[in-house]
Design a protein around this ligand. Structure first.
Ligand SMILES: [Fe+2]
Length: 235
């Protein structure tokens, strides 16, 4: 169900996504915002795009924007504008993103007890050993949804031709992998292996990422396969 054509419902009554085009590394990707309605009606907005009139009207129809989430070092560009539009909301994210973009004013980190207590339905899990991203992902146990930004990527027929062409070259067309730059910039480590094992063990029904459709087919297995390159060989 679309709300004013902006948000698409992923899980009835609790999770919605919206999509917009972004340019990155010479291709045009789709970039998605995930919105979770928490108990009590507060909205948790992950990786928001520009707060256009249509987006804000659609958000306000869903509830009150209480949390604005910067998931990693890359998805912070629209945060200052969204925070200005919703001054009552708290901005949650890694310190590294605020260091990179001085316009981002963080209220709390995703590991801050005050934040964790206030959003019990969403478990934050830091993806360790990937400083290039410095990403924290969020598990919504009630719906088996893992909400992330750049942990996985995949192109499909719905994507712009520039990314479809690049994805074929990089082996990411209709195949779930890490973004190519994440692959290039990540060394195998015990820290990544532990984080991936932790994610793989979750009862996942779907993985929602910023630049792909929801991953619902064997989500835990596909996540583990995509990150196999980062698991150090057993000694
Ligand atoms: Fe991204």
């Amino acid at each position: 169900m679309a709300l004013s054509g902006v948000f698409e419902q992923v899980v009835p009554g609790s999770i919605w996504v919206s999509e917009r085009p972004v340019r990155y590394g010479g291709v045009r990707l789709r970039s998605r915002t995930t919105v979770v309605r928490l108990e009590g009606g507060a909205l948790w907005v992950h990786s928001p795009g520009p707060p256009t009139k249509d987006v804000c009207a659609a958000l306000e129809a869903l509830g009150e924007v209480r949390w604005i989430v910067v998931p990693n070092l890359f998805h912070h560009l629209q945060t200052p504008a969204v925070a200005a539009r919703y001054p009552g909301a708290q901005v949650v994210g890694p310190r590294s993103a605020a260091e990179r973009n001085p316009l981002v004013r963080l209220s709390l980190g995703a590991d801050d007890p005050e934040y964790v207590r206030a959003t019990r339905e969403l478990t934050p899990i830091q993806l360790r050993g990937v400083p290039f991203l410095d990403e924290t992902v969020f598990f919504h146990a009630a719906t088996g949804s893992l909400i992330a930004a750049d942990v996985l990527i995949s192109a499909c027929a719905r994507d712009h031709w520039t990314w479809r062409a690049a994805a074929r070259i990089w082996g990411r067309y209709e195949r779930v992998r890490t973004p190519p730059d994440v692959r290039v910039r990540t060394r195998p480590s015990a820290a990544v292996a532990e984080s991936i094992a932790q994610l793989r063990a979750l009862p996942l029904e779907r993985v929602l990422v910023a630049h792909a459709d929801p991953i619902t087919d064997r989500p835990a297995e596909q996540l583990a396969e995509a990150w196999e390159f980062a698991i150090p060989p057993q000694r």
